[in-house]
Design a protein around this ligand. Sequence first.
Ligand code: PLP
Length: 498
Amino acid sequence: MNQTLYSPLIFELSHPGRKGYSLPENKWKVAHATEELPETLRRQGGLDTLPEADELTVARHYTNMSGNNFGIDTGFYPLGSCTMKYNPKINEELAALPGFTELHPDADDADVQGALELYDTLQSALAEIGGMSRFTLNPYAGAHGELTGLMVISSYHRHRGDAKRTKIIVPDSAHGTNPASAAVCGFQVVQVSSTPEGTVDVEALKPLLGDDIAGMMMTNPNTLGIFETRIPEIAKLVHDCGGLMYYDGANLNPMLGVCRPGDMGFDVMHINLHKTFSTPHGGGGPGSGPVGVRSGLEAFLPGPVVEKDPATGLYRRTSKPDSLGSVSSNLGNFGILVRALAWILAMGRENLPLAAKISVLNANYVKENLRDYYALPIEGICKHEFVFDGMRAEYGGSHSDASHITTLEVAKRLLDYGFHAPTIYFPLLFHESMMIEPTESESKETLDKFIDVLKKIALEARETPHLLRTAPQSTPVRRLDDVKAVKDARFTYTPEVN
Ligand SMILES: *Cc1c(COP(=O)(O)O)cnc(C)c1O
């Protein structure tokens, strides 16, 4: 490819008079379209803001640009907390079946029995996996599930006439969406600290409990990839003070079929179908964050609810009198539900725990192979992901040295070797967090390559640190101003003024 001629970064491909189309002559000689358009609707000037280019140039431009997308289908994507696993292609075909895509949301229940059965089957599969009584599949994302789940908790307290409960406890290791969802739901967020081992500090929790606590949110394994072993004790403390336990199930992957949040004492939970249940995600694409509740809380779930009429055996959509209302249009992102059920059925009861265990094995394999090079702040077996606190001091990662090699530089250098960067600077518990989640779908060969590259980068940091300081060298764009890219994104073409 001729980088200079067809670089996807060159957008100035316009030449006056170039065209990518030719229209046939208007042989019926009907009135010119503009004559029927009212004057006010007619374009006043020419199309001089649109680029003029021939078809071949346009085809090359977009084809070359498409190759700059990094995704799970192009390379290893160890983004911690995101579970970037393989999404089987067959699921895309199933979700695209016209029997699903051509349904109208307002069709009569009698005409969409298959779709409603799919919803109910997935709902009960998730209830079994989570140890819950019933799920709603309506929320659109993890954070949306959190908000919905917290609204269930809020409804529960309000229904009992208990208006004092205005606070939600959130660990300091929590994903940022947890305190955000609690705040959006109108709760006051109370933070509980972690022990040096990275789990919730039960002694620090005790003084926070009281009759103003609506509930506590926990993630397990938490965002450090550590299994919270004291949940039964924590759940008892929270329940004894009248609060409910919320489980952030975005990290459910290593628990699939092995253990269940419901059995640990959680009352309400969400699942990220677009993480654990193999739907392509990233970049804010369509997601799904089903919410499950233990028995006794079903009545508060959002509507519509899908249920089977025992008399007729037919499925129907209904809404319940105590329901918190609607949180989405109709039944949420239905295509995601198709993919999730397809994955669960293809895996089967026997293989879900296998996926969980391999995800744990893979994470520990990467961690143990790299711990001599990268600083491991928390010892012991991790679950599906783990966190390094930057590079070890011997390789230039000493925090006491102001010019130390940073996690950002390691992440940028990884791009040169064709790997997506891990999650960096999260969780906030460490200065140089680098959060790695390999998932169960990566082969040993890929993990070995990743390990070799990270070792190589550590050696480079010691011997040729400028390679890290100036990375990436091989990507079409080098270091961007990340903040400006988010705060001042330009999505439209602006022609250069001559
Ligand atoms: C991804 C994630 C969320 C939020 O899920 P979204 O679908 O991105 O809204 C919440 N908690 C944890 C632990 C996560 O990893």
